[in-house]
Design a protein around this ligand. Structure first.
Ligand SMILES: Cc1cc2nc3c(=O)[nH]c(=O)nc-3n(C[C@H](O)[C@H](O)[C@H](O)COP(=O)(O)OP(=O)(O)OC[C@H]3O[C@@H](n4cnc5c(N)ncnc54)[C@H](O)[C@@H]3O)c2cc1C
Length: 509
């Protein structure tokens, strides 16, 4: 049997794409997923149904996590890199912050030669994804598959409330709807977790499409390479139950995420000729950009010892209910910084109040390369975070701003002393830089490792319709095609890519 479309990876983008493509009953779609599938809500494991995924000391773990590791900076130890391995992909294990890229992010993608990705053209697709249970109007969807809600201010934990008050005390704008185009300041995060249920793309999208006879969902199937006839993609090689199968498709779409998509491409002969020949892989298309342009949001956690009377939140890992988005001192890009408040039960005997400071628009760039031709051995993840001086400068400012926030009156009764970085470090640029380089972590938003762009861009891997350069009948639709990390957590951007590429495919067929 030859499928019309084979989608590899049922994650944030892949599940959306397969659902939209299968709306045409004449189009046969095969959706391949390496992890398990849970078709019935009643049997959905607790960690997927309710888990908040990201704690301050994040390690997701378990069978639904690929459990990769990566190097954050040349001064740091290996860090855990969780990724979802289940239908829904990383949307099934993530922190459920539902935040859109800024209009200015889209305008930058357009500037770089992707004119079909303007905010104006993408807005209808953003609306199509969501049902916003709090707000309506021009900028919010009302009947999309993913339900979105904010926690009311009176439900904030004591640390979150103190943070919210402190930000306002320091003059930051109160912002009740972070998904408005010009939103900035402090306010409740929109979350795709109404009533404590995580709305992954498996729950939102696949539950509404899996009944279709023209959509075949195959879990526990690891795609190890794309099969080519010349430079035409004709099928895929899949490992299932220890056996290898070849399956044919008229068009193949890689949606395996920012780590596995470049890995599968390279193993199939699409990548830098130099790297591929070092592994004896025959070259189908010499694309030096594959695995380059690794973009992410770097973050450091600053901590304080709580007063013995401080009312600690009960949940070990609870929702990220409130966030401050702000612009660093001399930045020309608004909202290039992010701060969130958490309580960590893991630190010391009594836990710690923790403000995580992150860069939403970082300059540093990392890369992914192969370490083996075996699909089961993860590629090398070199994040290279904070390698750019401007990133160090902004994060330094951010850490000092977090310190001011913690000194605000709303924290007086909660905080006893600063824990990390200590007094000497925070007041010395060089020491603080070193502390940041040793402690920096990923915010889990790895993007851009197969970026889209015009052909003249030597690092571009796909054009703006997701078509892989130098090949035919092969596209990519996942967060790897983002030219840069948007100034937002990346799940909405990945779902948008699923929606948008589905439409490009439908209109080109
Ligand atoms: C712990 C954590 C917390 C996060 N929190 C948030 C948050 O709160 N808000 C937010 O916006 N973003 C968050 N993110 C990021 C966001 O979830 C991701 O950017 C987004 O889900 C990526 O979507 P994707 O479609 O590119 O890849 P994925 O969703 O990762 O999908 C890739 C799919 O491909 C499958 N796959 C991989 N290799 C193969 C193979 N060889 N064969 C077959 N299938 C394969 C995977 O199993 C997976 O299902 C978080 C990420 C993590 C890890």
């Amino acid at each position: 049997m030859k499928y019309d479309k084979i989608v590899i990876g049922a994650g944030s983008a892949g599940a959306v794409l397969a659902s939209r493509l299968s709306e045409d009953s004449n189009c046969s779609v095969l959706l391949l997923e390496a992890g398990p599938d849970y078709p019935n809500f009643e049997n959905l494991p607790f960690d997927l149904k309710h888990g908040w995924g990201t704690g301050p000391d994040i390690v997701v773990g378990g069978i639904h996590d690929w459990q990769f590791t990566g190097t954050a900076s040349k001064f740091s130890e290996n860090m855990p890199v969780p990724r979802g391995k289940v239908t829904g992909g990383t949307s099934a294990i993530n922190g459920q912050v539902f935040l859109r890229p800024l209009p200015e992010d889209f305008e930058r993608w357009v500037e770089w030669g992707n004119d079909r990705w303007s905010f104006k053209e993408c807005l209808p697709y953003l609306l199509k994804i969501e049902t916003d249970l709090d707000y309506g109007g021009d900028f919010h969807g009302q009947d999309g598959p993913i339900l979105v809600k904010r926690h009311p201010l009176n439900s904030l934990t004591d640390d979150q409330l103190a943070f919210y008050e402190a930000c306002k005390y320091l003059g930051y704008k109160e912002n009740m709807d972070h998904n408005l185009p010009d939103a900035t300041g402090v306010g409740p995060y929109p979350l795709n977790n109404p009533d404590g249920i995580r709305f992954s793309t498996a729950l939102g999208y696949l539950s509404q499409s899996r009944h279709r006879l023209n959509l075949t969902i195959k879990p526990n199937c690891v795609t190890r390479k794309i099969v080519f006839d010349g430079n035409i993609a004709t099928g895929v090689e899949v490992i299932s139950g220890g056996e290898v199968f070849k399956v044919e498709g008229k068009e193949i779409i890689l949606s395996a995420g920012s780590i596995a998509t470049p890995q599968i491409l390279m193993l199939s002969g699409v990548g830098s000729e130099e790297l591929l020949s070092a592994f004896d892989i025959s070259v189908i298309s010499d694309l030096p950009g594959v695995g380059k342009n690794l973009r992410d949001h770097p973050t450091v956690h600053t901590t304080w010892k709580p007063h013995f009377s401080f009312n600690k939140p009960e949940q070990k890992i609870g929702p990220q209910k409130v966030a401050l988005r702000y612009t660093s001192q001399d930045s020309k890009y608004q909202n290039d910084m992010i701060m969130i408040m958490r309580f960590s039960h893991e630190i010391g005997d009594v836990g710690a109040l923790m403000i995580s400071v992150g860069i939403y628009l970082a300059e540093s760039v990392g890369r992914i390369s192969l370490q083996s031709t075996d699909i089961h051995i993860q590629p090398i993840l070199d994040y290279n975070l904070l390698s750019h001086k401007y990133d160090l400068k902004r994060l330094r400012e951010g850490v000092r701003l977090a310190d001011k926030i913690a000194e605000a009156p709303s924290f007086t009764d909660s905080i006893v002393a600063r824990l990390s970085p200590d007094e000497t470090t925070i007041n010395n640029d060089d020491l603080l830089d070193q502390w940041m380089l040793e402690n920096v972590l990923t915010m889990h938003h790895i993007s851009g490792t197969c970026k889209m762009g015009p052909k003249c861009d030597e690092e571009a891997v796909v054009d703006q319709y997701g078509l892989v350069y130098g090949t035919k009948q092969l596209r990519i639709a996942d967060a790897s095609i983002l030219p840069d990390c948007p100034r937002a957590n990346t799940n909405v951007a990945a779902m948008l890519i699923g929606e948008r590429i589905a439409d490009f495919i439908k209109t080109s067929d």
